[in-house]
Design a protein around this ligand. Structure first.
Ligand code: BTN
Length: 251
């Protein structure tokens, strides 16, 4: 298996064969980084998913990518960021040939109603200070069923879907597009991206359930509001649900 990124985008990109986690790699070096610095790995021993879950990261089979950004306006300015990352990634994947890729609120990419990629944004920094943001993306390219997998939703990879995208091209395009989108997000916030969500939304106008702790709320998804909150219709009333510990599933 070749080491990825034979052609690199401009700027700093660390190409690591084996690492614990690409997010952790950047976190450990945060004081030395400049916005846009990125890293990719062939294998992660401790790949991190959301809510402390493990992210299966078999050697050579997928893309594991992280990018650093310094948000001058502080942690509060990161609201909606993971939705923006999802939009950018879905658009890149579509452009490279995966036309059916969609976003699933708040931050997964879906293909044929199954999970194709996950996004983990980790932020450090106090209110009032600049925030250090590490954006992590794991995209399934050719992974087979993991042994002892505890994966809580159906997943898919590009190969299984019959889609051929060169991993170098994908990594380089993602890094390039994320680097271009971040200054726009910093200046104009989520509002600058809001209208691009709807056409990409896997569950737009579809019945879904939200899992909030032990609670389950069923309704029809109606996209998101200007803050990035999910709009759910129940009994002819639409309520907004803001991120955090909520999971969405199709019915
Ligand atoms: C999720 O739970 O859906 C988010 C998964 C994010 C995985 C990526 S792989 C690259 C980066 N490094 C990590 O340790 N996690 C993210």
């Amino acid at each position: 298996e070749k080491i990825i990124l034979s052609h690199l985008p401009e700027g700093r990109v660390a190409v690591l064969p084996v690492i614990d986690s690409t997010n952790q790699y950047l976190m450990d070096r945060i004081a030395t980084l400049s916005s846009g610095d990125a890293c990719v790995a062939e294998y992660q021993g401790q790949g991190r998913g959301r809510r402390g879950r493990h992210w299966f990261s078999p050697f050579g089979a997928n893309l594991y990518l992280s990018l650093y950004w310094r948000l001058e306006q502080g942690p509060a300015a990161a609201i909606g960021l993971s939705l923006v990352i999802g939009i950018i990634m879905a658009e890149v994947l579509q452009r490279l040939g995966a036309q059916d890729v969609r976003v699933k609120w708040p931050n997964d990419l879906y293909l044929h109603d199954r999970k194709l990629a996950g996004i983990l944004v980790e932020i450090s920094g106090k209110a009032g200070d600049a925030a250090h943001v590490v954006i992590g993306a794991g995209i399934n390219l050719s992974m087979r069923e993991p042994v002892n997998a505890v994966i809580d939703q159906g997943w898919i990879n590009l190969q299984e879907a019959g889609i051929k995208i060169d991993r170098n091209d994908l990594a380089a395009s993602l890094i390039k597009e994320l680097r271009q989108a971040m200054p726009v997000f910093e200046r104009d916030g989520f509002a600058a991206f809001h209208q691009r969500w709807q056409v990409l939304d896997n569950y737009y106008n579809r019945p879904v359930k939200l899992l909030i702790g032990d609670r389950e709320i069923k309704g029809i998804a109606h996209g998101i509001d200007m803050q990035g909150a999910l709009l759910l219709e129940q009994d002819n009333t639409v309520k907004a649900y803001l991120g955090g510990e909520i999971s969405l599933r199709g019915l």
